[in-house]
Design a protein around this ligand. Structure first.
Ligand code: AMP
Ligand code: GLY
Length: 422
């Protein structure tokens, strides 16, 4: 078989790594990929937004299934473009992916369907949001459209609010972005990934992702990121809890999407939840794809072939799938460039990967933002490496070995994950 993975981050590296162990796959392509996917697959120099180019490549190379990593490709309509050429692709259509690409759409759908979520107000521009002083702090200011995990701002002061609205206005220069201001919720978060084939759903093990860049001792947090680390399994996700999530979140959302004419099937619906101190749940957001770094721990726990799950999700046979999961906990620590999610240096030489990998036989480092030149590796993004493994102390020892530009000053990662009570 021939499989094409679309994207270049740690999630796509993890997907490709899992697929690469499948003997049925004779050709594995990653477009555009990164320096690590290059070693396990064939990188194809096509950007994830080059929908036409990717569909032509898949048709010419008779790709059996393409797997979409990021929401940006989904929102651009990659799934319909492939399907129009009778090419199989894992992911929902742009219409269904609106549940992620428009927070305004998702919030309205949740309120209409009675899916629990934070109360909110919608504004047609940053200016409109900026002149409404009736919301009680703290609250969360969100850009409705896609923002690569950088569109939500927790505001505790009026100054935070100004900064948030300026950042959103700056990103959308010349346009009037729809803005949401919603109630701030406290509690632990949980990422739920549900494969949907149109008839059946198959829920993957729950994962906890750490979104803030850092956590202060007083409980306040640093800026939001795409995710600084993840682990699975999570104790909160008991079978009863997961049933509740299916009953009050996933099934109503799928029914509502089907009723709006944008049915969600052939991909992964991923609600991000907040578990409130009283045990109730509220949906923070819906995503239409696998999480990053959640997928890095999911593939490391999956003992059955990922290809079977992807194929079954796209051909309506999920009811025949019974994947096996490694019961041992798995952890992922994100190694970032200092300054992320704001401005950071790129093109820094990366050292210490071989040393880091030596810490334990089961440390596996996925690459998120790296490029190779000759024998050297360089950073190309804010999130650079993902260290996965089964022992948090070994993961931290491995992280300590990593250097950027010959030193450790430019390397950033959270030091407080996994080891202490959360
Ligand atoms: P979103 O951009 O909606 O995906 O949210 C990104 C992250 O921001 C979430 O994972 C939470 O950590 C945080 N967040 C979003 N909405 C809220 C909220 N209403 N209350 C508290 N934290 C939130
Ligand atoms: N880790 C959060 C996300 O993928 O959206």
């Amino acid at each position: 078989m021939k499989v094409l993975v679309i994207g270049n981050g740690g999630r796509e590296n993890a997907i490709a790594w899992k697929l690469a162990e499948d003997p049925r796959i004779k050709e594995l392509y990653v477009a555009p990929g990164n320096s690590e996917t290059e070693r396990i697959a064939q990188n194809i120099p096509l950007h994830a937004s080059d929908i036409g180019g990717l569909a032509t490549f898949a048709a010419e190379h008779r790709v059996d299934i393409a797997v979409v990593g990021s929401e940006d490709s989904l929102a651009l309509g990659i799934v319909s473009a492939f399907q129009a050429r009778y090419l199989r692709i894992f992911g929902p259509t742009a219409g269904a992916a609106r549940i992620e690409s428009s927070k305004a759409f998702a919030k309205r759908l949740m309120v209409q369907e009675g899916i629990p979520t934070a109360s909110y107000k919608r504004y047609e521009s940053c200016r409109d949001a900026g002149i409404d002083f009736t919301n009680t702090l703290p609250f969360v200011v969100k850009e409705s459209g896609l923002a690569q995990g950088k569109g939500s701002f927790i505001c505790r002061t009026v100054e935070d609010r100004e900064r948030a609205l300026s950042a959103i206005a700056e990103r959308n220069r010349g346009k009037n972005p729809v803005v949401i201001i919603e109630e701030y919720l406290t509690g632990e978060e949980l990422s739920i990934h549900v494969l949907c084939d149109g008839k059946t759903t198959l829920t993957l093990p729950a994962v906890r992702d750490y979104k803030p860049l850092y956590l202060n001792l007083d409980g306040t947090e640093g800026p939001n990121t795409g995710g600084m680390g993840a682990y699975s399994p999570v104790d909160d996700a008991t079978p009863e809890f997961m049933k509740r999530v299916a009953d009050i979140v996933v099934n109503p959302a799928l029914a509502a999407l089907a009723a709006t004419g944008g049915p969600f099937h052939g991909g992964c619906l991923y609600p991000g939840l907040k578990i409130l101190p009283d045990g109730s749940i509220k949906v923070l957001e819906f995503n239409a794809r696998f999480g990053d770094p959640e997928m890095q721990v999911i593939v490391r726990r999956l003992m059955s072939p990922l290809l079977d799950l992807l194929m079954a999700t796209t051909d309506g046979t999920l009811h025949l799938q019974h994947p096996l999961w490694d019961s041992r906990p798995c952890y992922c620590l994100v190694i970032a460039a200092r300054g992320y999610p704001g401005t950071y240096k790129q093109g820094m030489r990366i050292g210490g990967i071989k040393e880091a990998e030596r810490f334990a036989s089961d440390i596996k480092i996925f690459h998120a933002g790296t490029a190779r030149e000759g024998n050297e590796l360089y950073t190309t993004g804010g999130r650079v490496l993902n260290i996965t493994g089964r022992n948090p102390e070994e993961i931290y020892d491995a992280a300590y070995a990593i250097t950027f530009e010959g030193g450790r000053e430019e390397v950033y990662y959270r030091k407080d994950l996994f080891l202490s009570p959360l």
